[in-house]
Write a protein that binds this ligand. Sequence first.
Ligand code: 9MR
Length: 430
Amino acid sequence: MLGALLVTAPAAHAADAPLRDLAAAKGKVMGTAVTGSKLTGTYGEIAAREFNALTPGNAMKWGSVEPTRGSFDWAEADRIVDFAEANGQQVRGHTLVWHSQNPGWLTNGTWTSAQLSQLMNDHIALEVGRYKGRLATWDVVNEPFNEDGTYRQTLWYNGLGADYIAQALTAARAADPAAKLYINDYNVEGVNAKSTALYNLVKSLKERGVPIDGVGLQAHLIVGQVPSTLQQNIQRFADLGVDVAITELDIRMQLPSDSAKLTQQAADYKAVVGACVAVARCVGVTVWGFTDSDSWIPDTFPGQGAATPYDENYAPKPAYEAIAQALGGSQSTEGCTATYSVTSQWSTGFTGQVRIACSGAALSSWKADWTYGAGQRITQAWNATCAQTGTAVSCSNASYNGTVPDGGSVTFGFNASWSGSNPVPVVTLG
Ligand code: 9MR
């Protein structure tokens, strides 16, 4: 190490706009699933401030709205719709025709095809009609496929055949012609047998003139396992002439969480939101609960959790920052520093390095910029991509070292020429 040529960059502090503003600037929706009874206090404040769309997590399901045949409970659903309207948010209705969370009287009944058909049509007419003109979108049919791409054997499929899907969409269109009508499923994020079955269904519905406006990719994902074909899959649906939405995003991990897992999770959130941002017909992303205190994961997958962008105490996690970045926000680098040093120097050249270290913070990508004051010129860099224009140098992470975990560091190096003097520049992290 040559001399004490160390400079620590001042931490940039970027107070980003709320996610909903960043999303709106990109023409996208950033939504969250909510529980109606929780929409007060901090939960309500964050839901209103950060999101421009709400999905009732359970409140609009058949079992919630008609627990006893002919007797209805719209209280929670109404509360969510009223809250959304008061806060300038869209509502995504969820969900009309599903195999799960149906009322006992429906699932335990014995119905002829004609009766089932009538029940389904009446339910759609009633619920969609109730909110006509107020909901942007409906998940009309939920989870119609098995993993191998065959139709799931449900009350609806078994009673009405595969055309229950077309029938449901047609009934929904009649009840609210302005609402966007979706089919929604999970494990259809990448190109696979299930998503290809969904693709073929949407293609044939379009060809038949059945009203279908969009495809919902739920995206209940596992840390480190974002499908590599996600964007390609979104694009192939878009190319059919339908919208695509990421409807139920969460990214779970084995508990306890630690900074390495949370950093990977941030990169995963960024990849998913980034894939949607990259495709014009991807209308936006909804997270399935914004706080770990309101997530279905721990109940369903014992030992797993920490799947949402905020922890149980409403502190934003690295995933929050990653979503903001994917929506075009600038990354806060508070808690991370860049240290520039000259490691060896000879008559015409020198070798330098920049070490980026984080403490109490983490980065999911980075850029280190500086200005040379004495004519130095970078000739070669490693573990970063560096470009120099005039005196301005800008280095960004390589594909493999974008994440700097809390308590960790990344170092990149470079060779440069100099003459006269070689003063140390101030590095700005972004
Ligand atoms: O988040 C919902 C949870 O509170 C319910 O207990 C669960 C019952 O199946 O449904 C959850 O939401 C599901 C959504 O409606 C459809 N896709 C899968 C979601 C997670 O199970």
